[in-house]
Design a protein around this ligand. Structure first.
Ligand code: HEM
Length: 221
């Protein structure tokens, strides 16, 4: 599948080979039609959170979750500022140049909330690795259908960290930052596996059923 989002100012994701970014539609033997969390050739990201780091994430989320609507908007506005080509994945935003106008958009607010609700779910599953992995893997699969490519997933974590730092004030420490960084790294890597598993599955399907599949999962925005 070719991804809609790309741009000249973006470094290619160095962790991902060109072949994986644009796999050939031909000659893909041994493909599973129902990929599971382990169904991608992407190596699994180790879950690097210690018990202490999980505690730091939970404690900071207690404060942050009150602000999730605002944080969700800030994260995506900043993502669009630093990587304007990300807007291309959003049917409704791709032609809007005025980010101040976008800030007021109900659709962006709703999208920001959906993303932050996902973070909330992830925080709730820090002790349930299987569930967390499944959640992020499936999200990666849906992002393949949204044509939102993996090279941008980690930027969301970076923008999240920038956005929440001022909310936590002196409670934001290098340890808290490292813990969130590790969580986003894990989520982004697991989403990436899901993305490529979905891409591989699509490539293995006959053209007609691929078209039907794409129509079955339209973007809301
Ligand atoms: C850590 C990174 C990210 C997380 C956790 C995340 C999370 C989410 C969630 C929870 C949804 C709603 C999914 C659903 O209900 O089906 C969503 C939708 C979507 N995301 Fe992401 N996302 C991330 C990164 C990105 C990036 C970088 C882009 C663009 C380049 C993007 C583009 C989209 C699009 C186009 C949709 C569909 C919009 C809609 O129809 O609601 N996402 N994302």
């Amino acid at each position: 599948m070719g991804c809609a989002v790309s741009g000249p100012n973006v470094n290619p994701d160095s962790a991902v080979s060109e072949e994986r970014r644009s796999p050939s539609l031909e000659g893909a033997p041994d493909l599973k039609t129902e990929p599971e969390c382990g169904g991608s050739e992407e190596p699994k990201e180790p879950f690097l959170l210690s018990e202490a780091q999980k505690g730091l994430i939970r404690a900071s989320w207690e404060v942050l979750h009150k602000d999730i609507a605002r944080v969700g908007v800030i994260v995506f506005i900043r993502l669009f500022e630093t990587h304007p080509e990300c807007k291309d994945a959003f049917f409704l935003f791709r032609d809007v140049d005025d980010l101040q106008q976008l800030k007021m958009s109900k659709e962006l607010q709703a999208h920001g909330l959906r993303v932050m609700s996902f973070i909330e779910k992830s925080v709730g599953r820090l002790d349930q690795m299987d569930k967390l992995e499944h959640l992020a893997f499936e999200l990666g699969r849906s992002h393949c259908r949204y044509q939102a490519p993996p090279k941008y997933y980690e930027y969301v974590g970076a923008q999240f960290i920038q956005a929440v730092q001022p909310i936590l004030k002196e409670d934001w420490t290098p340890e808290v930052e490292k813990a969130w960084e590790n969580l986003f790294k894990y989520l982004a890597a697991t989403m990436r596996r899901g993305f490529y598993a979905e891409e591989k599955m699509k490539a293995s399907q006959p053209l007609l059923s691929r078209k039907a599949g794409a129509e079955a999962t339209p973007n809301r925005i």
